[in-house]
Design a protein around this ligand. Structure first.
Ligand code: GDP
Ligand code: K
Ligand code: MG
Length: 272
């Protein structure tokens, strides 16, 4: 069986362009089950055989608040993936990093395509690729999907990269960290779930309805546990768990962005 990869990222970062570069004409186009959202899959020839790549709808996070998010995050969560090719926009990197954090936080194996490096160069933006790799625990390949630059490197990385599956550990601080651990403990006590307890705790904290669906009639106590944690955090931080989680993630993202993005000091914008 060929290795299955998901191609994921924000809207308009070049996923479909990259998909076309990777698969050429070896594509199959259809719809996602039950909806009229286009589903593309294609085959990539590698030196080790073949890989199957699925082009996912563009998303900003792994929630379930739109059909696109439901399709993409369910695919990433539930399919037996070899890895996720996460497409990042080098010219608007900060926005891309929230999704990267979320996917890595769930312990998914990720290979990053830092796309649009031509646009970044034109704007005098430099990205510290090594720093990005270390912070996310991923390999980063620079690409220009419009011209095909870097695509051979990406295919080689799909064959050879040792992708970390250890979940990224974000420091949420004492209060939020403790709430997440209690939620995790509660979920573990309910018996087997389709995702690990840490992922379940994060999803429950985000209000992702799929946790409630997965737990079915075992979900009874979850609302009470969440209400209790929200009360604690309102007292300690003045916000509920979901807001605290988002705030901490955005500050993690913006700290990382300011470490790895810089501007070429000799850059002069071209007069138009
Ligand atoms: P998707 O929404 O993520 O699937 O993005 P698309 O592949 O549809 O690309 C969005 C737009 O960006 C299109 O106009 C592409 O031609 C363009 N594009 C994609 N990759 C690159 C790139 O690396 N550099 C530049 N300059 N444009 C790109
Ligand atoms: K598009
Ligand atoms: Mg697309």
């Amino acid at each position: 069986m060929s290795a299955l990869w998901a191609l994921a990222g924000n809207p308009n970062v070049g996923k479909t362009s990259l998909f076309n570069c990777l698969t050429g004409s070896r594509q199959k186009v259809g719809n996602w089950p039950g909806v009229t959202v286009e589903r593309k899959e294609g085959r990539v020839r590698t030196s080790r055989g073949e890989a199957l790549v699925v082009d996912l709808p563009g998303i900003y996070g792994l929630g379930a608040s739109s059909v696109d998010e439901q399709i993409a995050s369910q695919f990433i969560s539930e399919e037996p993936l070899h890895g996720v090719i996460l497409v990042l926009d080098a010219a608007a990197l900060e926005r891309s990093l929230y999704l990267a954090l979320q996917v890595r936080e769930r312990g998914k194996r990720v290979l990053c395509a830092l796309n649009m490096v031509d646009m970044a160069e034109q704007k005098g933006i430099r990205v510290d690729v090594k720093g990005l790799e270390e912070a996310l625990g991923v390999q980063v390949v620079q690409t220009v999907a419009r011209s095909g630059r870097g695509v051979e490197d990406l295919i080689r990385a799909m064959e050879e990269a040792e992708l970390a599956s250890e979940p990224l550990a974000v420091d949420y601080g004492e209060a939020v960290g403790a709430s997440l651990r209690r939620l995790e403990g509660f979920l573990s006590s309910l018996g087997p779930m389709p995702f690990d307890a840490r992922t379940g705790a994060l999803m429950a904290a985000e209000g992702d309805p799929r946790v409630w669906v997965a737990l079915g009639d075992r979900s009874g106590g979850l609302d009470a546990v969440l209400a209790e944690e929200n009360r604690r955090l309102e007292d300690a931080l003045g916000m509920d768990l979901q807001s605290a989680l988002m705030e901490r993630r955005w500050s993690w993202v913006s700290a990382l962005a300011s470490r790895v993005i810089s501007f070429d000091p000799s850059f002069k914008p071209v007069a138009t």
